[in-house]
Design a binder for this molecule. Structure first.
Ligand code: PEP
Length: 272
C-alpha cells in the first residue's frame, strides 16, 4: 500500500486572466468544499501576476498555491525576476523548478535549477522539481542516463537543504517532490503509458534510495498529458504519487476528476 500522500498540482503556464481565474478557482473551491479530498494535497500554480488574486479567491480553502519559477538571487538589480521572499510574502507554499519548457526555451541547466531549488528551500518553499527525457533521448536509449543525471543533481541540492545548508530551518522531506515529465508527453496529448511511466518512476526511486536513502518517502509525480481518462490508470501505479497537470488544470471538471482519481488511489487513510 502507498504511504505517500498524493499531490496534484496544476501548472497553468502562461494562461488565465482575472475573470477566467475567478471562475476556475470558484468552481474548484465550491466543489472541494462540498467534497473535500483530504487524502491528497492540491495546489494550483498560476502565473506570477495572479498569485495574489488566487490567494484571495482560495482564502480558507485547502488548495495551496505555487509559483512556476523563482529567482536564484535573493533580491536586488535583477530586472524581471521574482524572489523566493516575494513568493513567501504572497503566501505561496510551492514552486516548480526545472520545467522542461524552461530548460528548453530559456536554456536552464541542472546547475541553474539547483540554485533555484536551494534558494526556494532556504525560504521554506516546497519544491516540485521537474525531470524527464526528450523523445530523441528515449529513442536513442538514453532515458535512464538522463534521469540519473537530473536526479543526482537535484537530490544533491535537496539533501544539502534537508541537512540545513546555511539556513536555520532544514527542508522537511515531504517538501521536496520530483515530477517525472517525459518531454515528448507534455502538451502533446500523448501520455506515457502507465507501464512506461511506472518503469521510469521505479528507476527514479531506486536512484533516490541509492543517493539519499529515502527513496520510499519522496513523492514522485507524473506529468505529461494527464486527463480524466488516463489519470486513474497512471495513479494506480505503485511509484506514481500524483500528477503535475498542464492543460487539464485549466478546466475545472477535468482537474477535479484528476484529483478524485488521485484520492481513489491514495493509501492514506482519512479521519472522518
Ligand atoms: C506540464 O506542463 O507540466 C504538463 C504536464 O502539461 P500537460 O499536462 O498539458 O501535458
Amino acid at each position: 500500500m502507498k504511504t505517500r500522500k498524493p499531490l496534484v498540482a496544476g501548472n497553468w503556464k502562461m494562461n488565465g486572466d482575472t475573470v477566467f481565474n475567478e471562475h476556475l478557482l470558484g468552481e474548484l473551491r465550491a466543489s472541494l468544499g462540498r467534497e473535500p479530498l483530504a487524502a491528497i494535497e492540491i495546489a494550483v500554480c498560476p502565473p506570477f501576476p495572479y498569485l495574489a488574486q488566487a490567494g484571495g479567491l482560495l482564502a480558507g480553502s485547502a488548495i495551496e498555491r505555487g509559483a512556476q519559477n523563482v529567482s536564484d538571487r535573493p533580491n536586488g538589480a535583477f530586472t524581471g525576476e521574482v524572489s523566493a521572499t516575494m513568493l513567501v510574502d504572497l503566501g505561496c507554499r510551492w514552486v516548480i523548478v526545472g520545467h522542461s519548457e524552461r530548460r528548453q526555451s530559456m536554456g536552464e541547466t541542472d546547475d541553474d535549477v539547483c540554485a533555484k531549488l536551494t534558494m526556494a528551500a532556504a525560504h521554506g518553499l516546497g519544491i516540485i522539481a521537474c525531470i524527464g527525457e526528450t523523445l530523441e533521448e528515449r529513442e536513442s536509449g538514453r532515458t535512464e542516463a538522463v534521469l540519473a543525471r537530473q536526479v543526482d543533481a537535484l537530490v544533491g541540492a535537496a539533501s544539502q537543504a534537508q541537512r540545513g545548508g546555511d539556513v536555520a530551518a532544514p527542508m522537511p522531506a515531504e517538501r521536496f517532490v520530483l515530477a517525472y515529465e517525459p518531454v515528448w508527453a507534455i502538451g502533446t496529448g500523448r501520455s506515457a503509458s502507465p507501464e512506461i511511466a511506472q518503469q521510469a518512476h521505479a528507476f527514479i526511486r531506486s536512484r533516490l534510495a541509492a543517493l539519499a536513502g529515502e527513496g520510499r518517502a519522496t513523492r514522485i509525480l507524473y506529468g505529461g498529458s494527464v486527463k480524466p481518462e488516463n489519470a486513474g490508470s497512471l495513479f494506480a501505479m505503485p511509484d506514481i504519487d500524483g500528477g503535475l497537470i498542464g492543460g487539464a488544470a485549466l478546466i475545472a471538471d477535468d482537474f477535479l476528476a484528476i484529483c478524485r482519481a488521485a484520492a481513489a488511489h491514495s493509501g492514506v487513510s482519512v479521519e472522518r
